[in-house]
Design a protein. Structure first.
Length: 399
């Protein structure tokens, strides 16, 4: 049976990583996959994580399954505190429930299965562009995907008015995916006023917001990055939030994510959780415990919490610093094209404006690896590789 199969096409991002690993050039530069790297071009284990792990290893007494299978209650509480704040009406009224998922992608797939199987969804609306894996994840759950305008490539800005006009035409009962912050791949986020306008449209039209919130803390701050989400948290508002601790805790291989469902009432939320447990049971059955225990330990300990917030700030500041250094270095190299727009974008990713031909030439002639869309992972830049990177881009752009 296997001989009858054709080779599947490589994932546009993961396949590029495999090619990068095979490249023998010792000066190769990887700006593709969304993984944070420090000034030494390493993906570090945060100090707060190390300390939490030491504590956990010294005190753990079992490797038993997590109970309930939707995740431990203290983990759900920690996730909701980050999303809403401890004193928010949603938390106090118990109209939010949280399921522990294997990473943010696991949250998206669980949400897709829930929407398709229980809520009668047929399609979900995605920004144009969006993370390349979004359509595939929802298609695997049986959902069609449609798009709404998001990015004005010519002006390197949010295409807000066409976006809002499109959102006003989405029928009641449909589902719209929104990036909570650090939009992937453009790095361009709505302003607080624009978020308010989007939330007003959602309430008026009656479509359900589904947030992909994978980068909290990497744009403007941990609480600040939830400002857009907060516009959708009015009384009775229903929504879903897919969050992740891969980036802001560096827990990439621990697969620590969450799907939070906000219902109109506590009873509605409890009903949703009962069905989420069934969805989880037939998918991954039970979530991985270690990473979630790290998150709970750090967030519930004042000293570790302070350390974590400081380390997230260091990541955020380094990314912003690399954006500015990149723009300044390209200008110093004599590149005529203005890249100043990159300093207005937020988070790890930026739409560089480089074409597919530019990207191919950077890879083939200079061992610089960028996703075909021109999206770059700014966190892959360092002071040490910046000169070579900008020389390569200058050569490709013709000075």
């Amino acid at each position: 049976m296997f001989n009858a199969l054709d080779m599947a096409p490589p994932d546009p991002i993961l396949g590029l990583i495999e090619t990068f690993k095979k490249d023998p050039n010792p000066a190769k530069i990887n700006l593709s996959i969304g993984v944070y790297r420090d000034a030494k071009n390493q993906t570090p284990v945060l100090q707060c994580v190390k300390r939490a792990e030491e504590r956990l290893v010294s005190t753990e007494s079992t490797k038993n399954y997590v109970s309930p299978n939707s995740g431990a209650m203290d983990y759900a509480a920690a996730v909701q505190e980050l999303l809403f704040g401890a004193d928010h009406e949603i938390v106090k009224s118990n109209r939010a429930v949280t399921a522990h998922t294997p990473g943010g992608t696991g949250a998206l797939r669980t949400a897709g299965d829930f929407m398709k199987g229980l809520l009668g969804a047929k399609r979900i609306w995605l920004s144009e562009p969006t993370w390349p894996n979004h359509p595939s994840v929802f298609e695997a759950a049986g959902l069609e995907s449609a798009t709404y305008p998001y990015y004005d490539a010519a002006n390197k800005s949010l295409d807000f008015e066409p976006m809002l006009d499109a959102l006003k035409k989405i029928p009641s009962g449909e589902f719209v995916l929104l990036h909570g912050c650090c939009h992937n791949p453009t790095g361009m986020d709505p302003t607080p006023e624009q978020w308010k306008a989007i939330a007003d449209v959602a309430a008026k039209q009656g479509w359900m917001p589904v947030f992909d919130f994978a980068y909290q803390g990497l744009a403007d701050g941990i609480r600040e990055d939830a400002a857009g989400l907060s516009q959708f948290l009015g009384a009775g508002q229903e929504l879903m939030i897919c969050s992740s601790f891969s980036k802001n805790f560096g827990l990439y291989n621990e697969r620590v994510g969450a799907l939070t469902v906000v219902g109109e009432s506590e009873t509605a939320a409890e009903k949703a959780l009962s069905h989420l447990k069934r969805v989880i049971r037939t998918n991954y059955s039970n979530p991985p415990a270690h990473g979630s225990q790290i998150v709970v330990t750090v967030l519930n300990d004042p000293e570790l919490r302070k350390l974590w917030e400081g380390e997230v700030k260091e990541m955020r500041d380094r990314i912003a610093g690399m954006r500015q250094l990149f723009v300044d270095t390209l200008k110093a190299k004599g590149v005529k094209q203005d890249f100043a727009f990159l300093t207005k974008q937020k988070g790890m990713f930026s739409f560089s404006g480089l074409t597919k031909d530019h990207v191919a030439e950077l890879r083939d002639k200079h061992a610089v690896y960028i996703v075909g869309s021109g999206r770059i992972n700014v966190a892959g830049m360092t002071a040490d590789n910046m000169d070579a990177l900008c020389n390569a881009i200058a050569a490709v752009l013709g000075g």
